[in-house]
Design a protein around this ligand. Structure first.
Ligand code: FES
Length: 117
């Protein structure tokens, strides 16, 4: 899977254009990209556009090399599993760490992601 590189353009609220439209995303398919030097993954969950960090919160493995199934991403290194809608750790069940998520917005069907500065 390749990274998509996009020009670093943000609006006044810190939302960056991804260069992708909502219809380009498919359920359970990860679209990795870098915005403002931040590696994220975009996906679709029903009608919802989801953006989350490409770095696993356990030990920073690259989640783009993992699996995404029914809104849960499984890390390639130690098989930890995260709910991409909430960021909650699904497995192991007692882990308090969270997958970082990013706000998204659609403008004329184009996807924007807010990256905190
Ligand atoms: S680095 Fe992801 S589960 Fe360990």
């Amino acid at each position: 899977m390749k990274w998509h590189n996009n020009p670093p353009t943000a609006d006044a609220d810190g939302y960056y254009a991804t260069g992708l439209t909502a219809d380009m995303l498919q359920i359970d398919v990860m679209h990795p990209l870098k915005l403002a030097d931040t590696a994220i993954i975009l996906t679709r969950l029903g009608d919802e556009i989801i953006a989350f960090s490409a770095h696993c919160p356990h030990a920073a493995a690259n989640l783009k090399d993992g699996e995404l199934h029914r809104g849960r991403v499984i890390c390639p290194d130690h098989d930890w599993e995260f709910d991409v809608r909430t960021g909650r750790t699904v497995w192991p069940a007692d882990e308090p760490c969270r997958l970082k998520r990013y706000p998204t917005r659609l403008v004329d069907n184009c996807i924007f992601v807010q990256i905190a500065i």
